[in-house]
Ligand binder design. Sequence first.
Ligand code: PLP
Length: 263
Amino acid sequence: MSPNTPVSVLTIAGSDSGGGAGIQADLKAFAAHRVHGLSAIAALTAQNTRGVTAVHVPPIAFLQAQIEACFDDFDVHAVKLGMLANAEVIHCVADALEKHHPTHVVLDPVMVSTSGARLLEGSALDALRSRLLPLATLVTPNTPEAELLVGRRIGNGEDAEQAAAALLDMGAGAVLLKGGHLLEGSRVIDRFFDTVSSETFIHARLSVDAHGTGCTLASAIAAQLCNGLSLANACEAGIDYVARGLRHGYTPGRSDVLVLDHF
Ligand code: PLP
């Protein structure tokens, strides 16, 4: 290994042919944070800024081969999990994490895209809860995802606290509950919880229709954990990174949907 070799981070997620979300966003965020990005593609989406037109899940043995190829050769410091499509994929990923136990696992529990496409089968929710939450250093649900995981509505900050406590009880090491879907005036409040502390991160709501923010945030956090930041500081830095990317975002397709700038 050369002396200037950056640490390696692996994303196991879905690919977005439109380049705004998924694996493509993850690798851009990794590069911007000066870590070496590895990828194992759990699902392929035919997608652009207007929506998802098809999904293909490759054979499980092929996903396993991609993951093993990465762990065989690279010193994988962190794993970021995104779109995992179904329960079989989740079991394959959980088996690999239990075998290789990377230091950091950032789980973005992707379920439905902003454009409304289902990215995780409903029947996979149990597997996500029982196999992946206990392996996650940090889970980063938005409000609808957290509601599905804990099985109850989240309407305010107190509900958010209870939902985070339930996710910690299910085995997650820490929770970043993203507040973008909650109506809290002109502000977005993201709430961080681990077993001993909590923090809130508040920023102005940008009135833009954007794509790939969740993927980018989880990847930026995974990279910052590798760069030595604490969990709460990595979350704060990741949130700032996404806000900056949005401010400098652009609309590469024919819709008004914004894609983040990563540099
Ligand atoms: N497509 C893929 C492959 C993803 O992994 C994600 C991640 O959440 C999305 C789409 C959703 O992106 P967004 O909801 O930001 O449009």
